[in-house]
Design a protein around this ligand. Structure first.
Ligand code: ADP
Ligand code: UDP
Length: 236
């Protein structure tokens, strides 16, 4: 499977067409951005970590019955995925307080929730991805009620699977962001990526941050944290 024309260049990935209109190739970059794209940098080796980790986790989720866009890993940075129409919702699942949850509601980070918190943002860079609820999403016709019910159920299932998997790696899954898409026949599948860019990972013993917060907050050892997550996941 070979790339033809570039369809899109985002902040962290490029998307290419292939000879098959139902498939695209995503290519993961080392570029990192934060705070709505205002902070920019490079995290050496990040593209390969995110590509390989995301594919590994998507395969695990497929084994657990969650449909995803994953088709085939081509090399360290490139993967064939099913082309989807992305549902313009960032689906965030939180197991403990952190980031915007803490700043918005004025609570410290790391408070464990009795049950997961599920929230949506409108995936719209011009509007800075505003928080919205199901009625807002329906009013804006971002998805149907049936699609939203499917997305919520899948997001919670993904959380249960990932929480258990990362616990086995000595990692607390604090929160993460998912994106879903529609296949040609309307089926909803998990798309985009699951990686240290899109999840908060804290070491289970020390609460050391092993994710993109090291870049966002200038905590140092950014590359090392991504490599450490690779070791935890792949045992390398
Ligand atoms: P951003 O657009 O936020 O800068 P990226 O750099 O990660 O993000 O770009 C990848 C783009 O590809 C995103 O817009 C994402 O929604 C989209 N995408 C992810 N998976 C698929 C897929 N299977 N088919 C089509 N587009 C996808
Ligand atoms: N997240 C993401 N992309 C975004 C916004 C959030 O991947 O555009 C992830 C982020 O890495 C974290 C979770 O979603 O794991 C919750 O993020 P939060 O709302 O706290 O915002 P942040 O503080 O990351 O901007």
């Amino acid at each position: 499977m070979e790339k033809t024309v570039q369809l899109y260049e985002g902040k962290a990935k490029k998307v290419y067409a292939t000879a098959d209109p139902a498939l695209v190739i995503v290519s993961y970059k080392d570029d990192a951005t934060a705070f709505d794209g205002t902070k920019k940098g490079t995290i050496m080796g990040k593209g390969a970590v995110n590509n390989r980790m995301s594919n590994f986790l998507m395969k695990k989720l497929m084994d657990a019955g969650v449909p995803t866009h994953f088709v085939e890993e081509l090399n360290d940075r490139e993967t064939v995925v099913k082309k989807v129409e992305i549902v313009p919702l960032e689906v965030i699942v939180r197991n403990a307080s952190a980031g915007h949850f803490s700043s918005r509601y004025g609570v410290e980070e790391g408070i464990l929730f009795d049950e997961p918190v599920l929230e949506f943002s409108y995936k719209n860079d011009d509007l800075h991805d505003p928080l919205l609820n199901t009625s807002h999403a329906l009013a804006l016709k971002l998805a149907t009620r049936e699609e939203i019910d499917t997305i919520k159920a899948m997001a919670l299932k993904v959380n249960e699977e990932l929480k258990a998997f990362f616990a086995g790696c000595g990692v607390r899954l604090i929160d993460f962001k998912l994106e879903f898409g529609r296949l040609g026949d309307g089926t909803i599948v998990l798309a985009d990526e699951i990686s240290p860019d899109t999840c908060r990972f804290w070491d289970a013993k020390t609460n050391e941050k092993l994710d993109k917060d090291r870049f966002r907050r200038d905590l140092g050892n950014v590359e090392e944290a991504y490599q450490e997550m690779m070791r935890r996941v792949f045992g390398e």
